[in-house]
Design a protein around this ligand. Structure first.
Ligand SMILES: NC(=O)c1ccc[n+]([C@@H]2O[C@H](COP(=O)([O-])OP(=O)(O)OC[C@H]3O[C@@H](n4cnc5c(N)ncnc54)[C@H](OP(=O)(O)O)[C@@H]3O)[C@@H](O)[C@H]2O)c1
Length: 301
C-alpha cells in the first residue's frame, strides 16, 4: 500500500513505520522537519513538508493521522491550548480537505484520539460503543478528543472508511509514560498519585502497532476503537507493579493538592481515570500479545 502518515516521526509513528516498511509498504510522512524524516522513519520514507505536496495524480491507499503537540509537557495556558488544538484539529481539517481534493480518495483514514475522550469516568467501564454527547466544558482533554474525532469523521462524507484510535497510555521502552516514570522509580521515589484508586488503561506499544495494522486490514472496521489492553488497573496497582519490575519499593504517595499545585489543570489527567475496555478490537478478533501488566512491564524493564 501507499500510505501517508502524519506524526510519523513521533514515538508511535516511528514504531508503526518500522513495521509497515518491513511489510513492504511505501510510506510518506508529513512533518515540520522533513529533512529528518528519512533518519527517523526509514531511509526509503518520503517526506511532505506540507499538504500542498500532495499533488494531483498522487494516490494514497491509506492515511494514518497521528500528529499532535505533547499534552503533558507544558502548562495549559491559552497559547498552549491553541497549539494543542491547532496541531490536532486544524491539521485534521486540512487533511480531510486534502482528501476531498484528491482525484482518487484513500480507502481508509485511521485517525488519532485518546481515552481522554471519556473524561474522568470513575468506576464506570468505558466501552467504545459509548459516545460522549457533550464533553464537560471544564475538561479540555475530552473536548480536544471529541473535536479531533469529529474533524476526522468528515472524511466519511467522501466515502472513506474512518477508524478513530482511542489510544490509552502506551507503554514503550523509549519515550512516553515509562520514560518519565523510570528514573524516579529507579531512585526508589515511585509514588502512587492521590488516593491511587483511579483507573489506568494502558497498552503495550507492540499491541498498539498490531491493533493499527488490524484496523488497516479489516475492511469492515469503522468508527471508534479503544486501543487499550483488556486488563486496566488502578494507579496503586500500576505503581506497585512498575516498582516490582524494577526491583524497587514504592512506599510514597504524591498528595492530590501537590499535584494540583504543580500541574494546574493537567493534574486532572493523572488524578482522573478511565476503566476502558477494548470491546470492538476484540470483536474483530484482535489477539493481544501483552494482555497482562506485570509481563508487559517485565519485558520493557
Ligand atoms: N503516546 C501515548 O501514550 C498516547 C496516548 C494517547 C494518545 N496519543 C496520541 O497519539 C499521537 C502520537 O503519539 P506519540 O506518543 O507518538 O506523540 P509524539 O512522540 O509527541 O509525536 C507526535 C508527532 O506530532 C507532530 N507534532 C508535534 N507537535 C506538533 C505541532 N505543534 N504541530 C504539528 N505537528 C506536531 C510531530 O511530528 P513532526 O515534528 O514531524 O512534525 C511529532 O513527531 C499524538 O497525537 C498523541 O496525542 C498518544
Amino acid at each position: 500500500m501507499n500510505i501517508l502518515i502524519t506524526g510519523g516521526t513521533g514515538m508511535l509513528g516511528r514504531a508503526l513505520c518500522a513495521v509497515l516498511l518491513a511489510e513492504g509498504h511505501q510510506l510518506t510522512v508529513l512533518s515540520r522537519q522533513p529533512a529528518k524524516v528519512a533518519k527517523l522513519c526509514g531511509a526509503s520514507v518520503q517526506a511532505f513538508a506540507s499538504l500542498d505536496d500532495w499533488r494531483p495524480g498522487v494516490h494514497f491507499d491509506a492515511v494514518i493521522n497521528l500528529a499532535g503537540a505533547q499534552i503533558l509537557d507544558f502548562p495549559w495556558t491559552e497559547v498552549r491550548k491553541h497549539a494543542l488544538w491547532a496541531s490536532r484539529i486544524t491539521l485534521t481539517e486540512q487533511l480531510t480537505a486534502a482528501i476531498a481534493r484528491a482525484e482518487r480518495k484513500p480507502s481508509v483514514l485511521l485517525s488519532g484520539s485518546a481515552i481522554g475522550y471519556y473524561g474522568d469516568c470513575g468506576e464506570a467501564p468505558c466501552s467504545d460503543a459509548f459516545a460522549v454527547p457533550n464533553p464537560s466544558a471544564h475538561d479540555f482533554g475530552a473536548r480536544l478528543c471529541a473535536a479531533w474525532e469529529n474533524a476526522a469523521s468528515q472524511a466519511t462524507g467522501w466515502g472513506v472508511r474512518v477508524c478513530l484510535l482511542r489510544t490509552g497510555l502506551v507503554l514503550a521502552r523509549q519515550g512516553g509514560l515509562l520514560a518519565r516514570m523510570r528514573l524516579p522509580f529507579k531512585l526508589g521515589l515511585g509514588a502512587r498519585l492521590g488516593d491511587g484508586l483511579q483507573w489506568m488503561s494502558w497498552i503495550h506499544i507492540d499491541d498498539w502497532v498490531g491493533a493499527v495494522l488490524a484496523l488497516l486490514r479489516t475492511e469492515s472496521a469503522c468508527g471508534a476503537f479503544n486501543l487499550t489492553a483488556p486488563q486496566p488497573v488502578r494507579n496503586i496497582e500500576f505503581t506497585t507493579t512498575l516498582g516490582r519490575s524494577l526491583n524497587r519499593p514504592t512506599p510514597f504517595t504524591l498528595p492530590t493538592v501537590l499535584l494540583q499545585l504543580a500541574l494546574g489543570q493537567r493534574a486532572y489527567l493523572l488524578l482522573g481515570g478511565q476503566r476502558v475496555l477494548p470491546e470492538r478490537l476484540q470483536a474483530i478478533s484482535y489477539r493481544f500479545q501483552q494482555p497482562s501488566l506485570p509481563e508487559a512491564l517485565r519485558g520493557l524493564a
